[in-house]
Design a protein around this ligand. Structure first.
Ligand SMILES: Nc1ncnc2c1ncn2[C@@H]1O[C@H](COP(=O)(O)OP(=O)(O)OP(=O)(O)O)[C@@H](O)[C@H]1O
Ligand SMILES: [Mg+2]
Length: 378
C-alpha cells in the first residue's frame, strides 16, 4: 500500500526535518563538549506549529544514540514531581529522607504510590538528590549524562521552574567539587521549549539568571529552497513525481511555516493519489494549498477563538482588517467605536490570553499565524 509520506500532525516527526541543522549541531556539540558547554542548557522558542515538539524529540533521539539517558516532559501541574519519579523508578528509596518523620510506615507506602507527600515542588533539593543519584548509577557511563526536555514551558509554574533551575545549577557545582576530569564527568543537559512570549515573562523573575545563560534559539520559518528540496525528495521517495517548478510553488505557498509545509504536502499528494496519478501537478498543488488552509483553520484558528466573548471578537475583527500587517492601537478606537478605556481593557485581556501581542510602537499583531486572514474570511 502507498502511504502519504507527509505528517501534518502536532508533534509528529516530519519525513525530512527541514532547515534545523544548525540548531541540531548546537545541541550535539554541547553533548560532546562536556560539562559546562553552553548548549547543555537550551531554550528553544517558536510559534505554534514551528516544530518545537519535533525538535525536542530529535534532541532526545540524538542523546539516546550517544548513550545518554533521556527524560521528556511537558510542563503542567506536578512537573517536578514527575521528573523525580522518572529519575527514580523505585522512588521510595530515594525519597525516604524527605518524608516527614510524622508519617509512619503506612505513610511511606502512601508516598510511594501517590508521590504527593514529597512536597517536591517546593523542595529543589529533592530533584537535585534524584539527579545526583541517577548520575551516580553505573548505567550512565563516563562523560555521558541525563538529558531532560521540557515542552510547553510557558505553562510551567514559577515554582517548578525555580526548582528545576536550582537543582540543575547545583548539579553543575556538585560536579566541580569532585576530582573527576571534565571529560569524564557525567552531566545534565536540559532543553526548554515554549512559545516566544514566555521569554519576556521569564526575564523578569528569579529564573532569569539561569535561563539567561541558556543558549536561546528561536525556531523560525524554514528556507524555501530547503522546503522545495524536501518536497522533491519526499515525493520521489513515495513513488510519485513533482516538477521543480511545482515543488517551488508549493514551497512558496507554505511561506516556510513547518506545519503548513506538511499540510500542503499531504493534501497535494492526496489530490494526485485520488486521481490514481503518480504525478503531482500544478493543479494538485493548488488543491493542496486550499485544503491545507481549511485544515489549518480547523486545527489552529478555530480552536484559538474558542470561548472568546463578543467584545473580544469585535476587537479582533478590528485588527483583522490590517492582517497580515500589525494594527495601530489607536485605529481600534475608531473601528470599534468604543472608548479608549474599553480598548485598553480588551487589549490587556487579549494579550493575557495570548491571542495578540504588542509588536512595538503602539502596534498589535496576532500571535497565531493566519488568524487575521481567518477572521477576515468569517
Ligand atoms: N523542520 C521541520 N521540517 C518540516 N516539517 C516540520 C519541521 N518541524 C515541524 N514540522 C512539522 O510541523 C508540524 C508541527 O510540529 P510540532 O508539533 O513539533 O510544532 P510545535 O512548535 O511543537 O507546535 P505547538 O506549539 O502547537 O506544540 C508537524 O506536522 C511536524 O511534522
Ligand atoms: Mg508542540
Amino acid at each position: 500500500m502507498v502511504v502519504n509520506p507527509f505528517k501534518p500532525t502536532a508533534g509528529k516527526m516530519p519525513p525530512i526535518l527541514i532547515g534545523r541543522q544548525s540548531i541540531i549541531d548546537d545541541f550535539s556539540e554541547a553533548l560532546t563538549n562536556g560539562v559546562g558547554a553552553p548548549g547543555r542548557i537550551m531554550l528553544v522558542t517558536g510559534q505554534r506549529g514551528f516544530g518545537k515538539t519535533v525538535m525536542l524529540t530529535e534532541f532526545r533521539r540524538i542523546a539516546k544514540a550517544q548513550h545518554w539517558e533521556v527524560i521528556g516532559e511537558t510542563a503542567s501541574t506536578g512537573l517536578v514531581t514527575r521528573l523525580i519519579a522518572a529519575l527514580s523508578p523505585s522512588g521510595i528509596h530515594l525519597d525516604q529522607a524527605n518524608i516527614s518523620p510524622s508519617i509512619g510506615v503506612s505513610g511511606i507506602a502512601t508516598a510511594s504510590l501517590g508521590q504527593m507527600h514529597f512536597a517536591a515542588e517546593s523542595n529543589p533539593l529533592t530533584l537535585r538528590n534524584a539527579l545526583n543519584k541517577r548520575l551516580a548509577s553505573k548505567k550512565i557511563s563516563k562523560g555521558k549524562g541525563i538529558l531532560i526536555t521540557i515542552d510547553e514551558t510557558q505553562a510551567a509554574s514559577h515554582d517548578d521552574l525555580v526548582a528545576i533551575a536550582t537543582a540543575v545549577q547545583h548539579i553543575i557545582t556538585d560536579a566541580d567539587e569532585s576530582d573527576t576530569p571534565d571529560a569524564d564527568k557525567k552531566g545534565v543537559a536540559i532543553v526548554f521549549a515554549g512559545l516566544p512570549y514566555m521569554v519576556n515573562d521569564l526575564l523578569d523573575n528569579e529564573v532569569t539568571t539561569f535561563l539567561r545563560r541558556a543558549l536561546r534559539r528561536e525556531l523560525d520559518n524554514v528556507p524555501l529552497p530547503d522546503v522545495k528540496n524536501a518536497f522533491l525528495e519526499t515525493v520521489a521517495a513515495s513513488g510519485k513525481t513533482i516538477s521543480e517548478e511545482d515543488a517551488l510553488e508549493a514551497a512558496r505557498k507554505s511561506e516556510g511555516y513547518p506545519y503548513m509545509v506538511q499540510l500542503i504536502g499531504y493534501y497535494m499528494w492526496q489530490s494526485a493519489q485520488r486521481q490514481g496519478s503518480r504525478v503531482i501537478t500544478a493543479d494538485d498543488v493548488a488543491v493542496g494549498f486550499s485544503d491545507a488552509l481549511l485544515a489549518f483553520d480547523d486545527a489552529v484558528c478555530a480552536p484559538a477563538l474558542d470561548g472568546i466573548t463578543g467584545a473580544e471578537k469585535l476587537f479582533l475583527m478590528a485588527m483583522a482588517q490590517d492582517a497580515p500587517n500589525p494594527t495601530q492601537v489607536g485605529d481600534i478606537v475608531g473601528r470599534t467605536r468604543r472608548s479608549r478605556s474599553w480598548v485598553s481593557k480588551y487589549r490587556a485581556i487579549l494579550i493575557k490570553d495570548k491571542l495578540i501581542r504588542s509588536s512595538g510602537h503602539g502596534q498589535l499583531e496576532f500571535t497565531v499565524p493566519h488568524l487575521g486572514q481567518y477572521l477576515q474570511s468569517l
